[in-house]
Write a protein that binds this ligand. Structure first.
Ligand SMILES: Nc1nc2c(c(=O)[nH]1)N[C@H]1C(S)=C(S)[C@@H](COP(=O)(O)O)O[C@H]1N2
Ligand SMILES: [Mo]
Length: 344
């Protein structure tokens, strides 16, 4: 199955909502900004996706949850089930952090990815208060829309798993999970329920909504790069084909994009303009957290017209991105080939 068939499949499985997400979340502002930055100044530390461009992936309509009535039940294999209210979340210590969310169905180079600054509080103290029994092996997390997904106990009992209520310094919108969602770094979006209302410690393994349809149950983010822009052309919108007239490439062509890994900093981004025969190193930023996308750009100086195949390959401290993808349901880890024509 190729990328496009995969996307089509996901579109069908989600009632066509993904098609709207692709159009709605085209990242124009965020990526235009990356493209328009002064080449003589270093890349910024953070590039935020505005909320109105942030992709939305919901299997049903957004749940309308009243924050005053909202409750989060932590139960199952715990010594003392607890019920949290908005007051409990807001009176706990608050943290602000950057995290990039990506859908496992995001095709290489696609737009089902966004970076935001989130505000929330660590889940761990609440789990400790409830007292997770040694019989627990997973947590089942449930949204008000009955969306469910699971992860092993050790993954959820990390201090950087947080209950968040603000995105880019605004309360979460209904579409993004108002009033509270959970964020679990290192995993694709499907492991991060919106409108979270239940966290149950369970003694038997269980699979969730997307996982029951064959998507990876670990859903860990592989080391991967996305080329988003070639000169002033957004590659995804152009079906991975870019044609530049001489006035657009004569002075050089700027390539730009992002890269991400589940846990390790991105060491290098390499660019090939000859279908992978030779590679050059791109300029990149070095975000403090590996859970925020790395920005990269590469000023390419082609000296003649012709057809070029462009690739961007990320290497993290954990792994090097594969050239080709397994085309499975584990998320895109392969490299997108962008066919570029420079007109004479
Ligand atoms: N309750 C609930 N949470 C959910 C989903 C959902 O359909 N319902 N979709 C998941 C998927 S598949 C993704 S990729 C992310 C997307 O988050 P966003 O819509 O805020 O970008 O939310 C996840 N959390
Ligand atoms: Mo997703």
């Amino acid at each position: 199955m190729n990328r496009r068939e995969l996307l089509k499949l996901l579109g069908q499985a989600s009632g066509g909502l993904i098609a709207a997400s692709v159009l709605g979340g085209c990242q124009a502002k965020a990526m235009d900004l990356l493209f328009s930055l002064d080449l003589n100044a270093p890349l910024p530390d953070h590039l935020i996706t505005p909320i109105d461009e942030f992709y939305i992936q919901s299997y049903a309509l957004a749940s309308q949850v009243n924050a005053e009535k909202w409750k989060l039940r932590i139960g199952g294999e715990v010594n003392q089930p607890i019920v949290l209210t908005m007051q409990d979340i807001l009176s706990a210590p608050q943290e602000e952090f950057y995290l990039t969310m990506e859908c496992i169905g995001n095709p290489a180079g696609g737009n089902l990815i966004g970076n935001a600054r989130w505000t929330g509080t660590s889940l761990l103290p609440f789990l400790k208060r409830a007292g997770v029994k040694s019989s627990a092996i997973e947590f089942a997390m449930k949204g008000a829309d009955w969306y469910e997904t699971t992860l092993p106990v050790a993954e959820i009992m990390r201090p950087d798993v947080r209950l968040v209520h603000r995105m880019n310094d605004e309360p979460l919108t209904a579409e993004h999970g108002y009033p509270v969602r959970i964020l679990i770094p290192g995993h694709f979006g499907q492991k991060q329920p919106k409108w979270i209302v239940g966290i149950d410690a369970i003694a038997k393994t269980k699979t969730g909504f997307w996982e029951n349809q064959g998507w990876s149950n670990t859903a860990e983010i592989p080391t991967h790069s996305l080329m988003k822009q070639v000169q002033d052309s957004r590659v995804w919108n152009k079906q991975n084909q870019v044609t530049l007239t001489r006035d657009k490439w004569g002075q050089g062509v700027l390539l730009a994009g992002v890269a991400l890994d589940r846990s390790a900093p991105i060491k290098t981004i390499q660019i090939s303009t000859d279908n992978g025969s030779t590679w050059e190193t791109a300029e990149q930023n070095r975000p403090e957290s590996p859970h925020e996308w790395t920005l990269w750009r590469y000023p390419w100086r082609p000296n003649q017209a012709g057809k070029y195949t462009l690739l961007a390959r990320a290497t993290s401290e954990r792994q090097q991105q594969a050239i080709d993808d397994k085309d499975g349901k584990d998320g895109s880890s392969g490299i997108l080939r962008i066919q570029t024509t420079l007109e004479a």
